[in-house]
Design a protein around this ligand. Structure first.
Ligand code: PBG
Length: 332
């Protein structure tokens, strides 16, 4: 302890004095290998469609996804995640399109695998891009039915693996889905396909812009996902979710949303020492962009700082809409 009159003999500022000394003692270094790039895909051809609540994010055509994924690969990004903006005419209460082997996601995965065989491909498992009610599962008696939904999710996962997905990412938060998906994948010869479970996924208001991007917001019509996604007030429960998913065969786990959950990232990493990812979600992206758009924040600086904070919290990687921007900065 310092006390008045005592001259400090420990001076932490000494190491901060020079660029070279700061670099030498730096504990966490962000690289393009830490990034997962989410990409939205739509039907048809032509120019990409902007997503109004997510500046610089677009809904690509399949060709546009392939082109952008090529840039990601060239910048050193290991994995891209595909999210479909399904044509509203294809959305049904039973989310039938999820099980169409020629749906938008499956066609996109096939195109990517053919063009970019060494890029990791991730596909989300959940029914919300396909359901007319916008929920992640099948609705029975006014709530999402767990076990019946899990059967559909397992079939959806197999179709995505067959189309070329290397990483299957259940984002639905049904109980027992990881085990069912693992069994279904193995039974079809996909024992090498990785499961990245959205293990601790909160019922968060930060997902709003994503629901604009995939067009599930209107379908959901203000309904809540709180009967399956986690209560943001809970922390211990996240550890139980992660324990269950790892026990059922998840290879990697995700915490979502990101910045509001850095405490959870830290606890998950310290408790399980498994590959741990964080999702810097659409609302976090929109917030930083909006402030930067007003000239209130320096976008590149806050993005780099936020992503480094994920690493400091214990994340092995971050799914972020800033992935391309950041990879370009880091490659400069
Ligand atoms: C769908 C899904 C959501 C996100 C990823 N997968 C939305 C939701 O759960 O409503 C949100 C991602 C984001 O906000 O960036 N199961």
């Amino acid at each position: 302890m310092m006390f008045p009159g005592h001259f400090p003999d420990v001076r932490l500022r000494r190491s901060r004095r020079w660029d070279w000394s700061r670099r030498l003692v730096r504990e966490h270094i962000l690289t393009p290998s830490d990034l997962i790039l989410p990409l939205f895909v739509r039907e048809g051809s032509g120019d990409p469609e902007p997503v109004p609540s997510m500046p610089e994010v677009v809904r690509h055509t399949i060709a546009g996804v392939v082109e952008t994924a090529r840039q990601a690969r060239d910048l050193g990004i290991p994995l891209v995640a595909i999210f479909p903006a399904t044509d509203p005419s294809l959305k049904t209460p039973e989310a039938d399109e999820a099980l169409n082997p020629d749906n938008l996601v499956c066609r996109t995965l096939r195109a990517l695998k053919a063009e970019l065989p060494n890029l990791g491909l991730m596909a989300d498992v959940a029914l919300d891009p396909y359901s007319s009610h916008g929920h992640d599962g099948l609705v029975r008696d006014g709530d999402v039915a767990n076990d019946e939904t899990v059967q559909v999710l397992a079939r959806q996962a197999v179709l995505q693996a067959r189309a070329g997905a290397d990483v299957i990412a259940p984002s639905d938060m049904m109980d027992g889905r990881v085990g069912a998906i693992r069994k279904a994948l193995d039974a079809e010869g996909f024992e090498r396909v990785i499961i990245l479970s959205y293990a601790a996924k909160y019922a968060s208001a930060f997902y709003g812009p994503f629901r604009d991007a995939v067009g599930s917001k209107g379908s959901l019509g203000g309904a809540s996902k709180a009967t399956y996604q986690m209560d943001p007030a809970n922390g211990d429960e996240a550890l139980r979710e992660v324990a269950l998913d790892l026990g059922e065969g998840a290879d990697w786990v995700m915490v979502k949303p990101g910045m509001p959950c850095l405490d959870i990232v830290r606890r998950v990493k310290e408790t399980f020492a498994a590959p741990t990812f964080a999702y810097q979600v659409s609302g976090e992206y929109a917030m930083l962009h909006a402030a930067a758009g007003h000239g209130w924040l320096d976008l590149d600086a806050v993005v780099l700082e936020s992503l480094t904070a994920f690493k400091r919290a214990g994340a092995d990687g971050v799914l972020t809409y800033f992935a391309l921007r950041v990879a370009r900065l880091l490659n400069r």
